[in-house]
Design a protein around this ligand. Structure first.
Ligand SMILES: Nc1ncnc2c1ncn2[C@@H]1O[C@H](COP(=O)(O)OP(=O)(O)OP(=O)(O)O)[C@@H](O)[C@H]1O
Ligand SMILES: [Mg+2]
Length: 288
């Protein structure tokens, strides 16, 4: 399958000389769900900001549909119609006074007529469960609510590639579940998703592909199902193993579950244990 996005040997130096990215290469397949893992400072935000053209490469480059990004004014406008970015920090993203104004800002800029702008804004606010807050002042909202407004603002653009920088951070469990529902429905409509996260358990059960960053480079890109084979790379990049992988490993070491593939969540492991080892009982936490 031809990649939607190809990142080739991307390097970025910030004006103060620090390296944001160094020789970073990866591809995103159309319609896939991708998780970007990496320690603090490994380059996740810097990479995401290159993909919608906010930052420009110091070396290497990016290809969307096989074509190099076009940094002219018109090229960037066209890019941002296709690629939406939800920032790590909502205060960097929110522009307008009220929630409705903020979410409608993008569709208005696309030159859509008033009815379409309204439809997209209302639908996006409904998708993040904030339709009731449309008239509220953005600055009066909580951090989690602001994050959801940012997500609504990007959804209203109806992008084909959606980038989310640590979208779950700061959301309570119920809102994380709602966000997952939104992501599932986007994914069902063929939208390509790339999100950064520090939650390896979530990345393992949710993603199709995982891209692991370390010191500005992508040190491994693999199918999420193959994660157990990449434990040394994950540990070297400062990432813990998902709890289900660690638990499966210790059970296999104790002679249980030999030959059973690693399930993707604790709940799935519990189901396997019920079948294979009826004497073994444990209650998983809140994962699905
Ligand atoms: N504006 C900036 N000026 C100079 N250096 C920067 C700037 N922003 C980021 N960096 C540096 O670039 C590197 C990558 O940072 P980046 O913010 O992309 O990491 P990250 O993986 O998103 O980290 P986190 O998990 O903390 O969000 C780090 O070494 C960081 O110090
Ligand atoms: Mg970051």
């Amino acid at each position: 399958m031809r990649p939607l996005l190809e990142i080739r040997a991307l390097g970025h130096r910030y004006p103060d000389g620090s390296h944001g990215l160094a020789d970073c290469s990866l591809v995103l397949l159309p319609g896939s769900r991708n998780a970007l893992l990496g320690a603090n400072g490994s380059g996740k935000t810097t990479l995401l900001q290159h993909i919608n053209g906010l930052l420009r490469p110091s070396s290497g480059g990016l290809l969307l549909d096989g074509r190099a990004l076009d940094y002219s004014r018109a090229g960037l406008a066209a890019l941002r119609r296709r690629v939406g970015l939800v920032f790590q920090n909502p205060d960097q993203q929110l522009l307008a006074a009220t929630v409705f104004e903020d979410v409608s800002f993008g569709p208005l800029n696309l030159g859509l007529d008033a009815a379409q702008v309204r439809r997209r804004t209302v639908e996006a606010l409904q998708a993040v469960g904030l339709a009731d807050l449309a008239g509220r002042q953005v600055q009066q909202l909580s951090h989690g609510q602001k994050k959801r407004i940012c997500i609504a603002g990007v959804l209203a653009m109806e992008p084909e590639l959606l980038l989310l920088d640590e979208p779950m951070a700061g959301l309570d469990a119920a809102m994380q579940d709602e966000l997952l529902t939104v992501l599932d429905s986007l994914s069902g409509r063929g939208v390509t998703l790339l999100l950064s996260t520090h939650d390896v358990d979530f990345a393992y059960r949710w993603a199709d592909a995982i891209h692991l960053l370390q010191r500005g480079g992508c040190v491994a890109s693999f199918a999420a199902l193959a994660l157990p084979e990449y434990s040394s790379e994950l540990l070297a990049a400062g990432q813990p193993l998902p709890a289900v992988v660690a638990l499966h490993r210790s059970l296999v070491e104790r002679g249980l579950l030999a030959g059973v593939p690693v399930p993707r969540s604790l709940a799935a492991l519990q189901a396997v244990l019920r079948t294979n080892c009826p004497k073994f009982e444990f209650e998983p936490g809140g994962d699905h």
